[in-house]
Design a protein around this ligand. Sequence first.
Ligand code: G3D
Ligand code: MG
Length: 194
Amino acid sequence: MKDQDDGSRILKAVLIGDGAVGKTSMRRNYLGEDFIEGHIATIGVDLATKRILFEDEVVKFIIWDLAGQPTFEKVRGHYYHGCNGIILVYSVVDRRSFENASKWLVEAYRNMGPLPPTVIVGNKVDLRPRTPAKDSVTPDEGRKFAEYFKAKLNVPAYFIETSAKTGENIQHTFTELLRMMKLAESGESDLFVG
Ligand code: G3D
Ligand code: MG
């Protein structure tokens, strides 16, 4: 899709995952201070947009940030439409958010059909050393989930662990998603897990 003002390419991504896993923090860390933000309070949906320079091209990048409350599922469905990419976030120190990750993908699939490129993110890695092993999610578990999902739904998927607190791998997460979204748009999409 093209922007009507300046003809630049528009890429839309949606951030999904349980509440408090760090979706808003990741987006803010990635975009820095200089972005336009909107909030639809009634349904808890945030929207941020920024023009970025990616691979020598100005791209209007729109990030939808869907609230985690299951009650809003019907309304949320609307926001999946037309999305070019998904960032699914769980917290590596909240096993429940990892167990719910597949539910989020099922919801996305229900609303979009075949899924666009997806980055699966285990956030809050800075807290793992202080968390009992039984409560935390290992990189191996995350990677296996991403591999399973990629094979089952035939989706370009990439797995990464981040910290929105320290900034570890945040730029990389969004850059990888942009790269996959551009590839998918030009029909050259490959299937891989990082
Ligand atoms: P959400 O948008 O997914 O609901 P938020 O999550 O971005 O609002 O983050 C929820 C809480 O987790 C916030 O703490 C935020 O600061 C914290 N958080 C997010 N990412 C990280 C991370 O990588 N490491 C650590 N240590 N904390 C993180 P508060 O206290 O503001 O509720
Ligand atoms: Mg949020």
